[in-house]
Each structure stands twice: as C-alpha cells, then as structure tokens.
Design a protein around this ligand. Structure first.
Ligand code: NAG
Ligand code: NAG
Ligand code: NAG
Length: 373
C-alpha cells in the first residue's frame, strides 16, 4: 500500500470510528429496534428531563417522539426497554413545491436520525392546504413519499409516520391526500384532540376528544380504504379550561367567540391545561365535583377562580374516558394508541402524583411485545 492510499485509508477508518462511537454504556443499545409488526403505544415527550423519563411506564411505551430536543441519553434508555425514539419534523409550506428543497430536507432528517441512533421520523405538518390547491397537496404527498423511500432504503427498520387531524374531511382547512399519506408511511397518527377547533353549533364549552366525533373521524379514515393497522389513535392527556360567559343550571358554559380558520367559535376561547394541573384542581377546587358528559363520554367540572371570581369549565380526559377510546381502537384493530403528551402527567414527589400518573399509564392497552427483553 503506498503512503497516500494508506493515509486515506486511516483517515476513512478514523471517520468510521467517530461515527460508530455509541454513547450508551452498552454499545448494542445503539442498534435500531427491529420489530416492525408490533402494536404501538406511541408518545410525544416535550421535556428533555431524565428524572421524568425514568418514571415513564416502559412496560407499555413502544415509541417516544422527542419534541424540541434530541437526546442520546433518552435513546439509550428507550432502547434498553426495547422502545423506539423518533425525531419530529415540520416542513415550510412555502417550500413544498420545490423538489430540490424537499430532497435536501429529507436528507437532513435522515442524518439527524442516523447520527443520534434514533429509529425514525414523525412528520408533523399541520398547515392549511385548500381543496383547490392540488399542486400543494401533491407536493406534500411527494415529500412524505420521498422521506419514506429514503429512510427505508437507509434502514428497513426505520419508522416513518405522519400526524393527521381527527377526521380526514379538511379539518382546519387541512385537505391532505390522506390515503396516499397512509400508503407511504408505516402509519398515520390520528390526533383525536382539539376537536373543537371549529365549533359550528352553539358557542359553548365542549369535550376536547368527544367519543362520537373521534369515532366519526376514524370511520372517515377507514372509509378511504386505509387499513386499521395503518392508524394509531392519538388521545390528549390535556384538556381545556374555558371561562364561562354564563353557566346554566345544567352546566352549559357559553364561551366567547374566537374565530379559527374561517369558523367563528373555537376552543381558542379556552386555554390548554395538563392533566397534572387538572387533577389537583378537580380534587381541591371544583365546585360540584366531576360530571360525566354522556354524549361525549368524557368528564368535566366547574371551578371559580379565587382571585377574579370568574367561573370556568374544564373539559378533559381521564383514565375512564381514555379507556373507552382505547377499547374502540382495539376493537377496530388499529395499529395502536398514543398520546400528546407524556409530560402532561405529574412526575414530581407530590403525595398523590405517583398513583395518579400510574393510573394514566395503566389505562393504556396491554399489547404483546414480540421482542420483549
Ligand atoms: C382557491 O380557493 C380560494 C377560495 O376558497 C381562493 O381564494 C383561491 O384563490 C383559490 N386558489 C386557487 C389556486 O385556485
Ligand atoms: C355527538 O354528540 C353530540 C351530543 O349528542 C351531538 O351534538 C353531535 O352532533 C354528535 N356529533 C357527531 C359527529 O355525531
Ligand atoms: C388537596 O389539598 C390538601 C390540603 O391542602 C393537600 O394536602 C392535598 O395534597 C391536595 N390534593 C391534591 C390532589 O392536590
């Protein structure tokens, strides 16, 4: 071997070694998760906080999407429990119809996944695409298709998914080609929440994830010919607190008109509130305790703000309403269920926290784990 070749050889070797330096204590933990058929418990994590990750119920969770951060510590931990770690990514709507930028973006996402030993990508594009914007709709499908092809070429076990609205019918003006998005991904994550983003009837507080609307949305996806195994039902671990303009005797809370994407009344009249805040509010501050909305198969309660005197209604989900939706997902034969988001729970040392947090994890279905370690 001549000296120039030799230098090139060692240079290449050094690069490879640098690339192979697995940051986990056990280098085998950097391997991609290979089970592609198991059912999903798919969760989004918003906090780069190891003390919380250690309190997740890893007997249940199969995939964690890290939102707003990338962490090889989380990767090592998830892989130790045979769970995937997934990168979340969004794409600029104005760049959609530019094929060169799409390719560049996909390659960048792939490097991010590869360099951090992650297991795939979740595409969270939620911009409006109007019914008549077929070129933009085609371009979005092309982006997803390219991501799917390039990821699978790189590693057949990489997982590619896309987030979609609770129903395929142009919700929030998102008129996507959902069937082809499903054809070019491992599955769609159906965001069965914020279902009051456009309230067409009376302007009143309603459930975040009502059972009948959620079922109607799932039917919509299945009627497009999407197989149940290509759908993961995503549920909220947060609710909405609505200031009531008036509260009737039968608990109808009328709310301010706040328009969203062309509709005059929306859940933007309230504010989102995590389950870890909801629970103590219910237990110690509600007036009249927990009520059950039979039509929505979801709980709610009223409380008075002690400083302003304002009456509010909290619409949310708890283990009871979640189990109803999880059962439906199981009977439909869906790919699994998931939540936005896992950090809505209380991982603190508050006396009631561990028990309430565990109840939320326990509500998840128990799916068989093929490659269980
Ligand atoms: C699509 O329809 C909207 C009204 O719904 C209109 O404002 C817009 O100009 C149309 N765009 C195209 C590309 O035809
Ligand atoms: C769900 O139930 C509520 C209350 O009965 C009703 O107003 C609404 O129209 C129903 N929605 C669907 C999609 O069936
Ligand atoms: C309710 O208030 C009591 C008394 O302040 C407190 O000890 C308890 O932890 C509170 N419970 C919840 C769920 O916040």
């Amino acid at each position: 071997m001549n000296s120039v070749l030799c230098i090139i050889f060692f240079f290449t070797l050094a690069l490879q070694v640098a690339n192979c330096a697995c940051p986990c204590s056990d280098p085998s933990l950097c391997n991609t998760i290979t089970d592609t058929t198991r059912k999903e418990i798919y969760v989004f994590s918003l906090q780069n906080k190891a003390s919380s990750w250690h309190k997740f119920d890893w007997q249940k969770v199969t995939s964690v999407v890290s939102v707003g951060y990338i962490s090889t510590d989380l990767m090592c931990l998830a892989h130790k429990h045979d769970a995937r770690v997934i990168v979340i990514a969004n794409y600029k709507v104005s760049d959609l119809t530019n094929p060169a930028l799409r390719t560049q973006w996909v390659k960048k996402q792939l490097s991010l996944v590869r360099d951090n030993y992650y297991d795939g990508i979740n595409i969270d594009f939620e911009e409006p695409i109007l019914k008549n914007e077929s070129d933009v709709r085609e371009a979005y499908t092309a982006l997803v298709k390219e991501a799917y092809q390039i990821f699978k070429q790189s590693n057949a076990h990489y997982q590619v998914s896309v987030d979609v609205a609770w129903s395929p019918n142009c919700i929030d003006l998102r008129c996507y080609d959902n069937k082809r998005l499903a054809d070019n991904t491992d599955f769609l994550f159906v965001m069965a929440y914020d279902e009051q983003s456009q309230i067409f009837g009376d302007c009143i507080a309603l459930a975040n994830s009502p059972y009948n609307k959620t079922m109607q949305g799932l039917d919509g996806y299945l009627n497009l010919g999407i197989k149940p195994d290509q759908l993961v039902l995503g549920v909220p671990w947060y609710g909405y607190a609505y200031p009531c303009l008036s509260l009737s005797q039968d608990n109808v809370c009328s709310i301010k008109h706040v328009p969203f994407r062309g509709v005059g009344c929306s859940d933007a009249a309230g504010h989102q509130i995590d389950y870890r805040v909801i629970y103590p509010l219910l237990v110690n501050h509600s007036s009249g305790g927990r009520h059950w909305d039979e039509a929505a198969r979801s709980p709610f309660f009223n409380y008075k703000d002690t400083t302003t005197g304002q009456m509010n209604q909290v619409r949310y989900d708890d283990p009871e309403s979640l189990k109803v939706k999880y059962s439906a997902a199981q009977s439909f034969g869906l790919r699994g269920v998931g939540t936005w988001n896992i950090d809505c729970l209380d991982y603190s040392d508050a006396p009631y926290a561990a028990e309430q947090t565990q109840k939320m994890f326990d509500a998840f279905p128990t799916y068989p784990r093929h490659s269980w370690k």
